[in-house]
Design a binder for this molecule. Sequence first.
Ligand code: FCB
Length: 453
Amino acid sequence: MATLPGKEAAAQVFPADFVWGVSTSAYQIEGAVAEGGRGPSIWDRRCRTKGGVGDGSNGDVACDHYHRFGEDIALMRDIGVDAYRFSVAWPRVLPRGRGAVNQVGLDFYDRLIDGVLEAGITPWLTLYHWDLPQALDDLGGWTNRDCAGWYADYAALVARRFGDRVKRFATFNEFSVFTLFGYAIDWAAPGVTDRMAHLKAIHHVNLAHGFGVDVLRSLVPGASIGAIHNRQIVLPEGGREENMAAAALLDEHWNRAFPDPQLLGYYPPQIAEAIEPFVVAGDMARICRPVDWFGLNHYGPIFAKADATQVWGFGWGETPAGTPDYGVGWPIFPDAFRDELIGLTKRYGVPIYVTENGCGGDRDKPDADGRVIDTHRIKYLEVYHRALREALAGGADVRGYFVWSLLDNFEWGAGYGQRFGLIHVDFETLKRTPKASAAWYRDLIVNLRPLEK
Ligand code: FCB
């Protein structure tokens, strides 16, 4: 099993209050989509659209966390995490996205938050992890500028209700993934493929972030507010000249379309030019609000290729043959993680929390003794953990690390085919079984936690 760094050596790089956590999101685990007054989201719709999800599945039951959250909290306590990052489902608390509030939905999150706190775990609340209420999409969703205001009202509701117990808030999860895949590449809800729609969505989501920061700041005393960005190095497929421009544009969309305006006050050059018609005087100042931390979701590098059939002329290229992926499909390249963390500190100067990192795959199955020995995930976590230590030693200001994910869950377009959990979930019986990686993570946290904590 894993070699853990010596306590003294590790103490030199990890700040005493370093946060160890796990992440989930509402639609991926809760289930109970038609229970307790929840309204439909764009992902309920997409799951019912032919071809929307690879295996034709949906989040109707998922991990049934809505009913089993107590068991899931106990599992987190067993691992020994400091923090739990989850998201509130907007359509569970505002079934039509705005207007009538659903008390039953709010009560659910009250119970969840109280349970998490009782277990000695700090709740980290993400306001938006992709499940826009369908009723708002019917009005144009993120292509409608008013959506930023609807989001601000939703943020105020959540802040007022939970801000007495929750202090850590993320405005959004992975802005560029859900806007790019949802409005330019048909890989996510709402499945639009249109340049203008995509540009509007980018700008309105950025505005919503700015409003969200202000609302949280004014309503939650002591709030610590961040936003969660996916960032991965983008490389031209095959290192070929003809893919360079595609890689450069995808890099703007993937890595910079949100953090640059939010933290530096401007869009990257190609997007800036294209988005200009939708930018109103004062907008950039509304978007660029002071935040307390940068949430980084990072998996592996992306290879881009020129693809004239795509809305922006770029597509996803092939990973070079022989790239290690531990049989999972996503390339494993921990040095890029280290460099990303060091580069982020230099570029934005905001403390970083790694809010997602982890390893998927379709191989995790209980053995004859009922154990799930996920050696590939342990290997992945080990090498990324090494990269994290190198980043800290190299000057990156990283304050915490969250594994994606606590549980195997509904992996969006891949349905239930990709398992990312430290805990195995049997989707027939909903039985939870901690995998070997859960024990690995528990040991790592115990070893690195300062004695007084
Ligand atoms: C991220 C998402 C998360 C999960 C992981 C595997 O892009 O934020 O919901 O799907 O990837």
